[in-house]
Design a protein around this ligand. Structure first.
Ligand SMILES: Cc1cc2nc3c(=O)[nH]c(=O)nc-3n(C[C@H](O)[C@H](O)[C@H](O)COP(=O)(O)OP(=O)(O)OC[C@H]3O[C@@H](n4cnc5c(N)ncnc54)[C@H](O)[C@@H]3O)c2cc1C
Length: 385
């Protein structure tokens, strides 16, 4: 069993680490406090080729293996979780479904725009009445000649306001078993305009816009349907299954950032005439954090390997990706909480950043399937006959 990274994976990770530490880290506190989308850094990430990591070279991407992409995502998350949300959206939530289910024509036209960062994309599934249960969505698409006409409202869409392209799910009918037939569409904002509604005020991750998107008689060419009519639910699930590894790696990035700060602080801060790291109560907290991070890394590494072997629709991979996301997000919440505790009152202050990581970690238990939905997925696989 070989756990070592290849030379190429190390090189890609180190390039991302150098970029994140030199370009992103110094600006991260300001970015979060301004609550603005970091366009300049987003463009710099595009120049580095990070927007198209998973996209094949023939479409202008880097065409790296999935683990390499996850390593880049983790390094960016260590410096700014908001920026890493953009990488996740571009690569895992937009490029991957387009590569797997988009027609050749759609791939040729849109993958190069995503890879170069010229266009930002978003993944528009959630609605006010349909979160964990997307099949209950109210958005509809009705066929009208050579077009589909989409009506409905999506909420909590990462990068919705800055997107030029949205992968959208809509109800296109009812299946013979009475369930909703859901279909996926690529909506090009220039060709088929949609509106940004509310821009949410969140607990954290402020430099990543989370917005409402409104589709009013939005006419989308029939050629922009992705996959077959009525098969959208499968596309959403398979995208989210792989996407969970992207969230898990972000969690490891957040946890590492908080842990490194807590370790450094504990070796500098003195109370009762000693470094606080010399108190077993503090040293054991650090030990528990290190165990959590290592275990999450192993889960992600194994799940990424299984995905390369069997693909994102393999049931064992689906369960393992859910395990990785569940474990890594709960681990990140614990580690960031302990990092605040180790910092004492300083941990509550913005300049130390651990309170920012604590708030960011909490999001990870909610997105791309809540912890309850991950447990549901895992238990279904475990209890199979
Ligand atoms: C910052 C942010 C960014 C986001 N970005 C995107 C995005 O880019 N695109 C997108 O489409 N969505 C996005 N989302 C939406 C996110 O994926 C949903 O919020 C999430 O799936 C949960 O749905 P919900 O909020 O409707 O909660 P609900 O589904 O209403 O869940 C409420 C509670 O009930 C529990 N629950 C629900 N069903 C079950 C069940 N069967 N068994 C046990 N417990 C259950 C849940 O676990 C949760 O605890 C984002 C959300 C946030 C906060």
């Amino acid at each position: 069993m070989d756990f070592s990274l290849t030379e190429e994976q190390i090189m890609i990770r180190d390039t991302a680490r150098e970029f994140a530490q030199s370009e992103v880290e110094p600006k991260a506190i300001e970015l979060e406090s301004r609550h603005e989308f970091p366009m300049e850094l987003t463009n710099k990430m595009a120049e580095m080729g990070f927007h198209g990591l998973v996209i094949p070279e023939k479409f202008g991407g880097a065409g790296v293996d999935y683990l390499s992409y996850l390593l880049v995502e983790q390094e960016i998350a260590r410096a700014s979780i908001s920026l890493s949300m953009t990488l996740g959206a571009q690569n895992s939530l937009v490029a991957i479904p387009l590569m797997e289910c988009g027609s050749e024509e759609l791939q040729k036209k849109y993958l190069p725009k995503i890879a170069s960062g010229e266009w930002l994309g978003c993944f528009a599934l959630t609605e006010p009445g349909a979160g964990s249960d997307p099949a209950g969505m109210a958005t509809t698409a009705k066929r009208d000649g050579d077009h589909w006409v989409i009506n409905g409202t999506k909420i909590y869409i990462t990068n919705g306001s800055v997107s030029k392209l949205a992968i959208v799910w809509a109800k296109t009918g009812t299946k013979p078993d009475g369930k909703a037939a859901i279909t996926t569409f690529l909506v090009d904002r220039e060709q088929s305009p949609y509106r940004t509604g509310t821009i949410e005020h969140k607990m954290g991750v402020h430099a990543s816009p989370t917005t409402e998107l409104i589709f009013e008689d939005c006419r989308v060419p029939a050629s922009h349907m992705m996959g077959k009519e009525g098969e959208g639910f499968k596309i959403a699930l398979s995208t989210l299954n792989a996407g969970r590894l992207s969230v898990a790696t972000q969690c490891i990035g957040i946890a590492k950032a908080a842990y490194e700060r807590a370790k450094r602080f504990s070796k500098e801060r003195e109370q009762f005439g000693k470094k606080i790291s010399e108190f077993q109560a503090i040293a054991f907290k650090l030990a528990d954090c290190a165990v959590g991070i290592s275990a999450a890394e192993l889960l992600v590494q194994k799940a990424a390997w299984l995905k390369e072997q069997r693909g994102a629709r393999d049931p064992e991979f689906i369960s393992l990706a859910a395990q990785a996301k569940l474990f890594a997000s709960e681990m990140a919440c614990r580690v960031t909480d302990e990092a605040v505790q180790i910092h004492g009152g300083y941990g509550y202050m913005k300049e130390y950043r651990v309170e920012e990581f604590f708030r960011a970690a909490r999001l990870m238990e909610l997105v791309e399937g809540t912890s309850e939905i991950q447990r549901l997925t895992i238990s279904r696989w475990e209890l199979r006959d």
